[in-house]
Design a protein around this ligand. Structure first.
Ligand SMILES: Nc1ncnc2c1ncn2[C@@H]1O[C@H](COP(=O)(O)OP(=O)(O)O)[C@@H](O)[C@H]1O
Ligand SMILES: Cc1cn([C@H]2C[C@H](O)[C@@H](COP(=O)(O)OP(=O)(O)O)O2)c(=O)[nH]c1=O
Length: 231
């Protein structure tokens, strides 16, 4: 087997609505980079860690019973946001930072932008509090946001799912979509590196776009690929 190349560690995040194709594209990018002999790890949020397990119970509606009122009651968006922030800090401590320090390229399926889009709800004023509780989180080197229409996402989700997570309802995802737009604009103004790519076309087409974005952001990793100049 060829020896792995040395990388200075890169942190790349995929974002999008449920069904946008983030898992598919994170895996395609990982395979491509592995074939090029780069050390890569793919990870995702919510994680498989202790906080992630609680979050998955919330998302699958199995943690909705209130001991006080004896009623069915979903946790508030703010409580869920704190669980995600705690899960993210644990993820950073136990996987993301150690791997980056080893020089591994970390590809993460969802990160803090998901909290901004999904937990902001109907009020954009919530963004600054969400940013505060995530302020200890390392900023990714690159966030790739897959902009896939609600109807395409819905079609893709219905292909292989027999249940719906907490947020997988058209009326909620419509709000999440607007929140993505709002939060991305705000983060770009703060200098965060976010690229939006059309997620609607077939997998290979989307991947081609992603690859050219990755190559132009990390040219030192692809020294043979000369940039195209307009003449
Ligand atoms: N560009 C694409 N065109 C068609 N189908 C896709 C595309 N990307 C993903 N899919 C399919 O859609 C479904 C959801 O994709 P997935 O990557 O799991 O989405 P996400 O992780 O964003 O929820 C999967 O069955 C996957 O094979
Ligand atoms: C990371 C994160 C995810 N989520 C939501 C988005 C998804 O609906 C859900 C589970 O994510 P995931 O299992 O990645 O679902 P999918 O493969 O469909 O993208 O968690 C938040 O609400 N806030 C967050 O901070």
């Amino acid at each position: 087997m060829a020896k792995k190349r040395k990388s200075s560690g890169k942190f790349i995040v995929f974002e999008g609505l449920d069904g946008a194709g983030t898992t598919t594209q994170a895996n395609l990018l990982s395979k491509y980079l592995e074939n090029e002999n780069w050390p890569v790890v793919v990870t995702n949020e919510p994680t498989q860690g202790p906080m992630g397990l609680i979050i998955r119970l919330v998302l699958s509606n199995r943690l909705i019973f209130s001991a006080q009122t004896k009623e069915m009651e979903i946790l508030s968006n703010n409580s869920i946001a704190l669980l995600f922030a705690a899960d993210r800090l644990d993820h950073l401590q136990h996987l993301i930072i150690p791997k980056l320090e080893e020089g591994v390229i970390v590809i993460c399926d969802r990160y803090h932008l998901s909290s901004y889009a999904y937990q902001m709800g109907n009020d954009s004023k919530n963004l600054s509090w969400l940013q505060t509780i995530n302020s200890k989180c390392l900023q990714p080197d690159l966030i790739i946001h897959l902009d896939t229409s609600l109807s395409v996402c819905e079609k893709r989700r219905s292909k292989n799912r027999w249940y719906r997570d907490l947020y997988e309802k058209p009326e909620i995802l419509e709000i999440v979509r607007k929140n993505y737009e709002y939060a991305i604009k705000d983060m770009r103004q703060q200098g965060v590196n976010i690229v939006t790519i059309d997620g609607n076309p077939p997998e290979k087409v989307v991947f081609g776009e992603i690859l050219s974005v990755v190559k132009s952001h990390f040219p030192e990793m692809f020294p043979g690929d000369l940039p195209l100049f307009n003449t």
